[in-house]
Design a protein around this ligand. Structure first.
Ligand code: ATP
Ligand code: MG
Length: 219
């Protein structure tokens, strides 16, 4: 199964797609995580991407398209994958359409107010990237990752002024991608609110019912 998750920053893409990939036994590919690792390791990609990320802008399409094209061609993606944070622009979506057939695109429809609220208190593990939130997913010990014991920190781009910029960039460059997929029949809208676990169950249902629909279509 080949899926993509769309939604504003802070809509829960990372939290939910990590779990969903696990449940479905397919690979989770987060372009944000790939970039943050590159920045941390000071690779050539990291050096190029750093300024864009920290100022809340998108990393240029030429770079992102090459990275994702290579990544999804790797062996571990054979059984399928979930793209988290890609596509974010129309050229990125067009590249996917030329190269692979996405089965379903899920749009996390969360208001900007709710997203900014969540991002203002989000922390992530600087070692493994696990996401924490004081109300919905607090760490067992303050400042420490439950999984790898790495130190938690606020992401550089989660500062209020950068969040504002990211939301604006989302509205201008990524919302058209939602429209792009609405026109084909691959878009499912996740508009449910609730606890992360409730949202996850709803998400699994969305994927399963879409899959049943496709199977019936094939039969
Ligand atoms: P969240 O993880 O809460 O949903 P987000 O979607 O803004 O927030 P990431 O997906 O982690 O965050 O991405 C962080 C940053 O990495 C983006 O603001 C952007 O600069 C860069 N980035 C990630 N994916 C892409 C992409 N497909 N195209 C261009 N830039 C990207
Ligand atoms: Mg993310």
């Amino acid at each position: 199964m080949k899926l993509a998750i769309l939604g504003p920053p802070g809509s829960g893409k990372g939290t939910q797609s990590t779990k969903l990939a696990h449940r479905l036994g397919i690979k989770h590919i987060s372009t944000g995580d790939i970039l943050r690792t590159a920045v941390k390791d000071k690779t050539p990609l990291g050096k190029k991407a750093h300024e864009f990320i920290n100022s809340g802008q998108l990393v240029p399409d030429e770079l992102m398209i090459g990275i994702v094209k290579e990544r999804i061609a790797e062996k571990d993606c054979k059984n399928g994958f979930i793209l988290d944070g890609f596509p974010r622009t129309i050229p990125q979506a067009q590249m996917l359409d030329k190269n692979i057939a996405l089965d379903q695109v899920i749009f996390f429809d969360v208001s900007e107010e709710e997203c900014s609220r969540r991002l203002s208190s989000r922390q992530i593990c600087t070692q493994c990237g696990q996401i924490y939130n004081p109300t919905t997913r607090p760490p067992l010990r303050a400042g420490k990752c439950d999984k790898c014991k790495g130190p938690l920190a606020t992401r550089e781009d989660d500062k209020p002024e950068t969040v504002k910029k990211r939301l604006k960039v989302y509205r201008e460059q990524t919302e058209p991608v939602v429209e792009f997929y609405k026109q084909s029949e691959r878009l499912s809208v996740m508009g449910k609110s609730g606890t992360p676990d409730e949202i996850f169950e709803y998400l699994v249902n969305l994927v399963e019912s879409h899959e049943r629909g496709r199977a019936a279509g094939r039969a």
